[in-house]
Design a protein around this ligand. Structure first.
Ligand code: ATP
Ligand code: MG
Length: 336
């Protein structure tokens, strides 16, 4: 059985962009494959501490786990949810892989360059977390790792580390498939980027300060509707999907399609020839507020106890698999 592994950092509440562009497609993918694959849907809480979290990390972690369930992740015997820090093998393998990764390749990581740029000092975690990510993946022989574009370079690094390790010590790790095959597997449109509501040339980001730019999953539905109504559009007076010339309008069409799970082309056809932006906004505002209402109601129904019960099973499974792999690694490198 193949393993599909993915996780969401638990630093803060997610945006509508994170949800529509990443969480929801990943949950749908997991559900599609969970009859014949292991699905490891974890919270990388150790990755979360490379930068300060908004609020309480433990609460954020619990909320993320509930997000997975509220987004529709169907639990069966093949689906495992767990917290990274509850599986110590991740940290142990990370150390061993640190001794396989090179300074040269690590220094080329764009995320590191971006995150450390202009800072007088930068913690070692920011430099090293791609190796921890490699450990997260390799411990479970995961072939498929659905991630955003920003993580592709780290996935390639994981492949390189695995190949190098295997060459040196024998065939211990399953090498995850190449990025382009990951993309095919994910069946998602990689160009998919929900835009900032006020500056639609940019993508919606949780770290953007302006409130009106982003919709958060915990926004009151009416508040979210207002943000849609105030979204920046243009003065061209036609409803057309054209991200270059009409990013604001295109973004609304895109949101409408994703929220209702209908093909974008259908939404585009519905509005072909229409000119009244207000009508489109009204419709999207309704769609988004209904979606949030449903999502938030589902979230409220998920109890801590329910999550802890799933974690107990998931973390037992994760520790068993990870410890077995770690033991093989320790043996071949000469520690055991
Ligand atoms: P930050 O501003 O802190 O970078 P972010 O909103 O960009 O936050 P990330 O934590 O960087 O979120 O990304 C989490 C996941 O959400 C990734 O898989 C990323 O590709 C996806 N994602 C982020 N923003 C969008 C967006 N606007 N549209 C679609 N997907 C997105
Ligand atoms: Mg980001």
């Amino acid at each position: 059985m193949k393993t599909i592994l993915t996780g969401f950092r638990s630093n803060s509440v997610l945006t509508l962009g994170n949800y529509l562009g990443a969480l929801l497609p990943m949950v749908r993918l997991a559900n599609k494959h969970s009859k014949d694959s292991h699905i490891n849907f974890f919270v990388p809480d150790l990755h979360s501490i490379i930068s300060a979290a908004d609020g309480d990390l433990r609460e954020n972690t619990m909320r993320n786990l509930k997000y997975y369930l509220a987004a529709g992740l169907e639990i069966n015997d093949n689906v495992h949810i767990y917290r990274q820090s509850y599986v110590p093998a991740h940290s142990e393998l990370c150390w061993i892989l640190n001794c396989v990764a090179t300074m040269g390749e690590m220094s080329r990581m764009t995320q590191y360059k971006e995150k450390s740029e202009g800072k007088a000092s930068c913690n070692v975690g920011i430099f090293d977390y791609p190796v921890l990510m490699a450990a997260d993946i390799l411990l479970y022989d995961a072939e498929y790792v659905p991630v955003g574009e920003d993580q592709f370079q780290h996935l390639e690094l994981t492949r390189n580390i695995a190949i190098r390790f295997n060459n040196r010590f024998g065939e211990i790790f399953t090498v995850p498939v190449k990025t382009r095959d990951q993309v095919k597997f994910m069946e998602m449109d990689n160009a998919l980027r929900i835009r900032d509501l006020l500056n639609p040339e940019k993508k919606m980001s949780k770290s953007t300060v302006a409130e009106g730019s982003k919709i958060m999953l915990d926004d009151a539905p009416e508040k979210a509707a207002k943000k849609i109504m105030s979204a920046t559009t243009d003065s061209l007076g036609k409803i057309k999907f054209d991200m270059f010339n009409q990013p604001g309008i295109s973004n609304l069409l895109q949101i409408e399609a994703l929220v209702n799970d209908i093909p974008l082309q259908d939404v585009i056809s519905t509005y072909a020839g229409e000119t009244r932006y207000g009508d489109l906004k009204q419709k999207v505002a309704e769609s988004v507020s209904t979606m949030l209402e449903t999502f938030q109601a589902r979230l409220a129904e998920i109890s801590d106890e329910q999550v802890y019960a799933l974690l107990e099973v998931g973390e037992k499974y994760a520790n068993e698999v990870a410890n077995k792999k770690l033991a093989e690694v320790q043996k071949v490198v000469g520690l055991r």
